[in-house]
Write a protein that binds this ligand. Sequence first.
Ligand SMILES: [Mg+2]
Length: 159
Amino acid sequence: MDFKAIQLLILDVDGVLTDGRIVTTVDGESEKVFYVQDGLAIKRWQAAGRAVALLTGRNSTAVAYRAAELGIDHVRQGVKDKIGVYQNWLSELGVSDKQVAYMGDDWPDLEVMQQVGLPIAVANAVPAVKRAAEYITRRQGGSGAVAETIEVLLQKQTQ
Ligand SMILES: [Mg+2]
């Protein structure tokens, strides 16, 4: 596992940037709870010249707001075919599988996790995702798992 090579960190949203609970309002929108340390860590990762992307199967305005707030340019929501979007990003951003880390928690994440250089599972991921991961965070999704990952990546990259 090569932490030093990672240039692009792709994050699933529900269960990774959030605790996976979906609060549905009467107008059909979803409210999400994000963790402040994850946001600050994403800023540090970007300041180090690295890229972040969000790839989620669901659709919500809350995710669009959070992405805008953090200056995340690569955001795809409502994605049924995560591997297809992933492959487009590789060519768009000029990176190879080895340079990508992907964080997931559930079955729809598996296919991309099997292809990236560094597949990462959150502490409370489903067992199949944990088995596919080369790194499992101590923190749970929505409770600083992303911040923990970025901390490890930056530490290894500056060693
Ligand atoms: Mg998820």
